[in-house]
Design a protein around this ligand. Structure first.
Ligand code: CO
Length: 206
């Protein structure tokens, strides 16, 4: 079963070791990534690959529609470990245009538990209804909602007490909002980067 995947794994391990004989020994002894990636579970958005980073360089949390809900123990555990223990310097919330989770949040169809998970996106839609419904093309509304969702999640991360406390301690830490385009593989920076509480007020809460 899954012999092709196992064969590919052997080839990958061999290739890595040929290029850098100490690669896995180094990784085994420590991981010290400078980045936390909060992205969508979508199989077309492979975090490390998109930004050209090796194993050990990117701490990754993925869920449907790249949410950072302030009551989600999974996300909060990852956030605290990344900020307090690994002391990452950058947190990127990375959405993607054409996100099925974002569309599912607002298409009115019933899918089950995921409809609850996606509830924050319906709130974001409601908060920006005038702007979104002012866009004629459905694709434009969908793309903009993908962006607005990222910005809202950046706000969640940046106002979280773990991040606020890190800033109080003087830790160098920035939170970024990006949107990845499936059609060309490029990341769009949404220019909502915040690196201290004053920037949160100016950029995200203004
Ligand atoms: Co998605």
């Amino acid at each position: 079963m899954l012999d092709e995947l196992k064969a590919k794994n052997k080839l990958w391990s061999r290739t890595k070791t040929e290029v850098d004989p100490d690669f896995f020994r180094r990784l085994e002894n420590q991981q010290s990534p400078e980045y936390l990636w909060i992205g969508c579970s979508d199989s077309r958005v492979p975090a490390n690959e998109i930004v050209g980073l090796d194993p050990g360089e990117l701490f990754v949390h993925r869920n449907v529609a790249n949410l950072a809900p302030p009551q989600d123990a999974n996300y909060l555990s990852v956030l605290q470990f990344a900020v307090d223990v690994m002391k990452v310097k950058h947190i990127m919330v990375v959405g993607h245009y054409g996100c099925g989770g974002v569309r599912a949040a607002v298409d009115g169809k019933r899918r089950g538990l995921v409809d609850h998970w996606l509830h924050p996106i319906r709130e974001t839609y409601a908060a920006h209804r005038a702007e979104l419904e002012g866009l004629d093309a459905e694709k434009d509304r969908w793309d903009r909602l993908c962006e607005l969702n990222v910005i809202r999640q950046v706000q969640n991360v940046a106002t979280d007490v773990f991040v606020q406390d890190a800033w109080t301690r003087g830790a160098p830490l920035s939170v970024h909002g990006w949107c990845y385009r499936l059609s060309n593989g490029l990341i769009q920076d949404l220019n909502v980067t915040v690196s201290n509480p004053a920037e949160v007020d100016a950029v995200l809460l203004a």
